[in-house]
Every structure is written in C-alpha cells, then in structure tokens.
Design a binder for this molecule. Structure first.
Ligand code: GLP
Length: 243
C-alpha cells in the first residue's frame, strides 16, 4: 500500500464511526475556525452522532468551523427531507451549532453559475483542512461518477444509473430520485489538506480493494485518491474482507 495512505481496519460500524469522530475532532481541535468538508449517505451518520456526543462532553467544539458539503441533488428544495441540506441540519449542523455551512444550492436557477460560485467560496476560505468522504459501490466520490473523463471543479453532473438505483432506497420511488447533482470535482476534493474516507459493509469490499490497490483510473474515481498526499481510510471488517 502507498505510504500516503493510512488504513484503519476496525471491527464494525460503531468502531468505524468512533475512530472517524476521534480523528476529525482532533483536526478541529487543532484548528477550531478551519474549513471542513462533509459527506452525506448512510456511512457518516454514526460519525456525526459520535461528534455530537463529543461536543456535549466538551471534547470538541464544531460551532466555529466553516463547513462545505461535497454535493447536493439537482433540482431539489433545501427543505425536502431527501436533500443533503436537510440531512446535514438533521444529523450534525443544528445540534453542534454549525452556522457557517455551505452546500451547493439545489434550487439555484442557473446550476452552472452556482457551481462556479461554490468553487469560489471554497478557495476564498483558503481551502479545506479535512474532507470526509464516503464511497459509492461504483467508486464514486461526491457525485463524481465513473467515466472516461472526470471534472476538476464543482460541476453540474448526471447521476449514474447505479447511483439512482442505490439511492432510490431513500425515496418513495426510483422515479423520485433527481437525475442530476451539483458536486465538488476531483480537483476540489484533492485540494483538501487531509482526506478521511469511511466505508462499511460487504457491498463496499470490492470497491475499497480497487480504490487502495487497483490501477488509478477515472472508471474508479476513488482510485485517484492514491495520488493525494494524506488520506486516511477507515473500514469495518465487512468492507475490509477483500484487502
Ligand atoms: C451518495 C453520495 C456520496 C456517498 C455515497 C455512499 O450518493 N453522493 O457522497 O458517499 O453515495 O452512500 P452510502 O454512505 O449511503 O453508502
């Protein structure tokens, strides 16, 4: 395994969540007014719960950070319970008092202009100190789907069929899943000083193997992380079973 990658194999989802929260809290404690990048999906929910608890126990304080989210569906209303804006408020921002939060606007009239403005906001804060990532079963990070070409900066993108199908579990029907998204691009993600990627469950085992040991290919967007200087990957035993 490459030296710039640190791998933590832990027993289960709870251990993954706890370990991730500890690493993240340490980074926030070192820079309480820094910029931090957040992900959505089922994977980081336990980590966000653990961080909320740590803040209650005065082990960290997230309220002064600036938050940037990876992505948002498009179009979607911020108050739609399926939106990532709603998800972040519910799982982390409200309880920890994070008010300087940025999420691409799924209601923007001009998605292209929204992407440019979002990218500008990230760089105006001096960049992201630590970016949390989940991973799609097809290797997507954010909504950067496998493709012949990847996009560098925040972009308006179509969702892959596999992603629509896998995310449809959270919607009333697959037809309700938005077909597009606004997502930080590969450059936006790679510019983060540190990256913390979490994966849990057997459905992620093969893509985690390819991410860490496979060739670097745009067909597995997460494999590009092999080129980043400081990546920590935390996997539970099911996600680690092919390593
Ligand atoms: C979603 C998000 C990703 C997330 C991934 C995995 O579509 N855009 O940022 O990492 O899919 O989701 P889950 O954690 O639910 O497996």
């Amino acid at each position: 395994m490459l030296k710039n990658l640190t791998l933590h194999k832990v027993t289960n989802y709870e251990a993954m969540s706890q370990k991730a929260a500890e690493i993240f809290a340490e980074a926030v404690n070192a820079n309480p007014t820094g910029s931090f990048g957040f992900a959505t999906g089922s994977t980081p929910i336990g980590m966000y719960k653990a961080l909320t608890q740590m803040q209650k126990n005065s082990q960290t304080n997230l309220s002064k950070i600036t938050a940037f989210n990876l992505d948002e569906y498009y179009p979607i209303k911020a108050n739609d319970p399926q939106s990532y804006a709603y998800f972040m408020a519910e799982h982390l921002f409200t309880e920890t008092g994070i008010t300087k939060s940025h999420i691409p606007n799924g209601e923007a009239k001009d998605p292209q202009a929204e992407c440019e403005a979002y990218e500008q906001k990230i760089s105006s804060t001096g960049g992201i100190d630590m970016q949390i990532l989940g991973i799609g079963t097809n290797g997507h990070i954010g909504f950067n789907e496998p493709a012949q070409n990847l996009l560098a900066t925040t972009s308006y993108v179509p969702l892959a069929e596999a992603t629509i199908e896998s995310n449809s579990r959270l919607f009333a029907s697959p037809d309700d899943v938005p077909r597009h998204a606004l997502t930080m691009g590969i450059h936006s993600i790679m510019m983060a000083k540190r990256i913390l990627l979490l994966a849990s469950g057997a459905s992620k085992a093969e893509i985690i193997r390819q991410t860490i040991y496979g060739p670097i290919t745009t067909q597995v967007p997460a494999s590009l992380l092999q080129l980043h200087q400081d990546v920590t990957i935390i996997v539970d035993s099911d996600a680690a079973k092919n390593l």
